[in-house]
Write a protein that binds this ligand. Structure first.
Ligand SMILES: [Zn+2]
Length: 372
């Protein structure tokens, strides 16, 4: 284990089946935790449900300055319905590509965090140090980090690096997410006598038309642009000759800084009338000013790898940072990792091995910069 390079460590993580659902991150979490312990880290585990294990590891620490947090998730999405041409769990390589479910999203990122943590382990004592947070259940709702943020285990941090796939381009944040289902009730009747019933599909359809025209009344964010709303699902009725007494829609809203989730929900509630709303995801946007002092240092550190100074851009997807920031309130946060964003959740997912090595160098430089 001592001499493992970033690629072979990624391969060893890929061999753990952490497909979520059901998740089963425990073995992978303990594998990472055991290594960290061997390198001198203080390791704690958190299980919010059976085998849904997150790892929190610390080294160094000082009163003067909080540690740097590096975070990644251990679970991966399902394999999808199309056939893979590479074994998704074997860590097969071809040219510079390393194949596997989670190679880009984001076991390469976790491996790079671990290798950087190993290199820097001996230098952390007496410094602000680092806190590593490897989460379960990120995919499909960031549940693992949500549960972690409800415990005391996270401690404090002064900045966050999220190792999600960005091809090593530093993103200064991402949109927030607000997701809900709404159910519309009606009264059933024979399809030949609709006047005797109350059609739930009509109610849902009217609501969908209103949602399509929904105006957030939000200012355009200079980097993230505008909030969006999408009606993703629509179900209703049980037979063509019946007046439907139930219809349901599923709605996905992505917000930008300045949009108040509570107010948006209030306005939508009014618009939907008597529908029952079930909000199952409510996470604020993550955003750091590009001219933040630390973010500028991150840009400088990435510059030689990218060949040019990064511009302020944001990721399209959600991350655990939205939950971690409930505890590490207000700290600058960068999304920065070796995977390829467009490979996430794809059949034959791969990452580029050279990027993993570059990412290790970036993380080491970020830690080194933080503890000076
Ligand atoms: Zn991810």
């Amino acid at each position: 284990m001592k001499n493992q390079d970033p690629v072979s460590l990624t391969q060893s993580l890929l061999r753990f089946d952490t497909v979520n659902p059901p998740g089963r991150e425990r073995d992978c979490a303990h594998h990472a935790g055991a290594m960290l312990q061997e390198w001198g880290y203080k390791v704690e585990y958190h299980e919010y449900a059976d085998r849904r294990t997150s790892v929190i590891a610390r080294a160094g620490g000082s009163d003067a300055k909080a540690p740097l947090c590096l975070t990644g998730h251990l679970d991966v999405v399902s394999l999808g319905t199309r056939k893979w041409s590479h074994d998704p769990f074997a860590g097969e390589t071809a040219g510079d590509r390393l194949y596997g479910r989670g190679s880009s999203d984001m076991k390469a990122g976790v491996a790079a965090i671990l290798i950087a943590a190993r290199t820097m382990a001996k230098k952390l004592s007496g410094t602000p140090g680092v806190v590593l947070v490897l989460t379960a259940a990120e995919e499909g709702g960031c549940i693992g980090s949500k549960k972690l943020a409800e415990t005391q285990l996270l401690g404090r941090a002064g900045a966050i690096v999220v190792g999600e796939p960005t091809s090593n381009y530093p993103f200064v944040g991402h949109k927030g997410s607000l997701k809900f289902n709404a159910s519309f009730r009606g009264v059933s009747a024979h399809g030949s006598m609709p006047h005797l019933g109350e059609n739930a599909v009509y109610k849902a359809a009217r609501a969908v038309a209103k949602l399509e025209a929904f105006d957030f009344k939000a200012k355009k964010h200079p980097i993230m642009g505008e909030p969006t709303l999408n009606v993703g699902t629509f179900e209703g009725g049980s037979g063509v000759n019946l007046v439907p007494d139930l219809a349901k829609i599923g709605v996905d809203i992505r917000t930008v800084p300045g949009v108040d989730h509570k107010k948006v929900l209030q306005r939508i509630k009014q618009l939907l009338g008597k529908a029952e709303m079930d909000v199952f995801s409510d996470l604020p946007p993550v955003s750091t000013a590009p001219d933040d002092e630390w973010m500028q240092r991150v840009f400088e550190i990435c510059k030689p790898v990218l060949g040019k100074k990064p511009r302020a851009r944001t990721a399209t997807y959600m991350t655990d940072a939205a939950n971690l920031l409930k505890v590490y309130a207000g700290v600058p946060t960068v999304v920065l990792g070796p995977g390829e964003a467009q490979m996430a959740h794809q059949t034959d997912e791969y990452c580029n091995m050279e990027r993993i090595r570059e990412s290790v160098a970036i993380y080491e430089a970020l830690i080194d910069d933080w503890i000076r």
